[in-house]
Design a protein around this ligand. Structure first.
Ligand SMILES: N[C@@H](CCC(=O)N[C@@H](CS)C(=O)NCC(=O)O)C(=O)O
Length: 326
C-alpha cells in the first residue's frame, strides 16, 4: 500500500495521525468524460468520444468502487465495446499489481495489463502523468488512443456507461432517470458517506472515537434502508437505479468482510430481512452474480491490510447463503 509523490512510488499506509485517527478518502484526480456523439464537443479537453474498442477498464474484483463499473459495463451490454482486465487481489508494498496467478483466475475478467504489460497499476498513472501525486486507485478507465486515464472515479464512470454508448449498443436502460434524480442524489449522498465509505471509516479508524463516529451512523443508515425497503422493491420504488447498484457492492461484501475485518458487527446483512431479500434480488438480476468474486474479495481485504490483520490468515467462513437457500 502506498502512493505516488511527484511521479515516484512511496510505500506507506494511510496517515491517520493528522486526522485524530480518522480515515479520510482523497478525491479522484482524473475527471474527464466519455461523451455520446450528440453531446461531444471537440474543443472541450475533458471530452472523449464514445467509440467502440477505444477504452479499457482496469478493475479490482475485490473493490466495491470498481465493482460498480464492472456491473454497469455488464448491464449496459458494453462487453464487446470496452475491454477489461483485473489486478491481483493482494495489494502490497507496490500497491495494485497487474499480474495473474492461476488460483485467482476469474471466469469473465482476465488478469494483468494486456495493453502495456506493466507490472504495477502505478505505472498507468505515471504513464498518463509522470508527475502525478496521489493514491493509485481502481477503477481506471484508460483511453487506448491518447494513452491516458480518462477517469479514475467510479461514480462518474457509471454515469458515462449509463448513456454514452447507447448509440452503439441500442441499450436504452436508464439507471439515472430524470424523474428520480432528486431522490437518487439524496440517497447516494447518505449512502456514500455512512455506508459505502462508512465501512472503510470504521475499519481504517485508528482510535476508538473515530471508529465509533463511523460505526453508529453506518448502522443507523442500514436501519433506515431496511425500513425503506419494507414496501419498496428498490430504493426509489419499483425501478432499479444507480443508487441500488452503488449500495449493492457494499452490501455483498458486508457479511464476508466488513462485519469481521472492519468491525461493523452490530448485525450482519442476513439479520435484516428486507435488506437481505433486496441483496438477493439484485444479485440475481441479469446475471450480476457473475461479477461477484468472493475469493478476490476475501483475499484482498484480509491479506492486504496487515495493520488490521497482521497474520494474513483469511477466514474460511461465513457460509454465504441467501434466505431462500437456508
Ligand atoms: N473515489 C474512488 C475510490 C476508489 C478507491 O479508493 N479504490 C480503492 C480500492 S477498493 C483503491 O484502489 N485503493 C488504493 C489506495 O487507496 O491506495 C472511486 O469511487 O472510484
Amino acid at each position: 500500500m502506498g502512493l505516488l509523490i511527484d511521479g515516484k512510488w512511496h510505500d506507506q499506509w494511510y496517515d491517520t495521525e493528522a486526522t485524530q485517527g480518522k480515515f479520510v478518502r482523497s478525491q479522484s484526480q482524473f475527471r474527464n468524460w466519455v461523451v455520446a456523439p450528440e453531446a461531444f464537443n471537440a474543443n472541450d479537453d475533458s471530452h472523449f468520444p464514445a467509440e467502440s474498442g477505444r477504452y479499457h477498464l482496469y478493475v479490482s474484483l475485490a473493490c466495491p468502487w470498481a465493482h460498480r463499473t464492472l456491473i454497469f459495463r455488464h448491464l449496459k451490454q458494453l462487453e464487446s465495446h470496452i475491454s477489461i482486465s483485473c489486478v491481483h487481489p493482494h495489494m502490497l508494498e507496490n500497491g495494485w499489481e497487474l499480474k495473474s496467478e492461476a488460483r485467482f483466475q476469474d471466469s469473465l475478467v482476465p488478469a494483468g495489463d494486456p495493453l502495456h504489460e506493466f507490472q504495477y497499476a502505478y505505472q498507468l498513472y505515471t504513464h498518463a502523468n509522470n508527475e502525478y501525486s496521489g493514491r493509485v486507485t481502481v477503477p481506471i478507465l484508460w483511453d487506448k488512443k491518447n494513452h491516458t486515464i480518462v477517469s479514475n472515479e467510479s461514480a462518474d464512470i457509471i454515469r458515462m456507461f449509463n448513456t454514452a454508448f447507447n448509440h452503439l449498443t441500442g441499450d436504452e436502460q436508464d439507471f439515472y432517470p430524470e424523474a428520480l434524480r432528486n431522490d437518487i442524489d439524496q440517497l447516494n449522498a447518505r449512502i456514500y458517506d455512512t455506508v459505502n465509505n462508512g465501512v472503510y471509516k470504521s475499519g481504517f479508524a485508528t482510535t476508538q472515537a473515530a471508529y465509533e463516529e463511523a460505526v453508529y451512523p453506518l448502522f443507523e443508515s442500514l436501519e433506515f434502508l431496511e425500513s425503506r425497503l419494507k414496501n419498496n422493491r428498490y430504493l426509489t420504488g419499483s425501478t432499479v437505479t444507480e443508487a441500488d447498484w452503488r449500495l449493492f457492492t457494499t452490501l455483498i461484501r458486508f457479511d464476508p468482510v466488513y462485519h469481521g475485518h472492519f468491525k461493523c458487527n452490530f448485525k450482519r446483512i442476513i439479520d435484516f430481512p428486507n435488506l437481505n431479500n433486496y441483496l438477493e434480488r439484485l444479485y440475481k438480476t441479469q446475471e450480476v452474480s457473475k461479477t461477484v468474486n468472493f475469493e478476490h474479495i476475501k483475499q484482498h481485504y484480509y491479506y492486504s491490510h496487515d495493520t488490521i490483520n497482521p497474520t494474513r490468515v483469511v477466514p474460511a467462513g461465513p457460509m454465504l447463503l441467501f434466505r431462500s437457500e437456508l
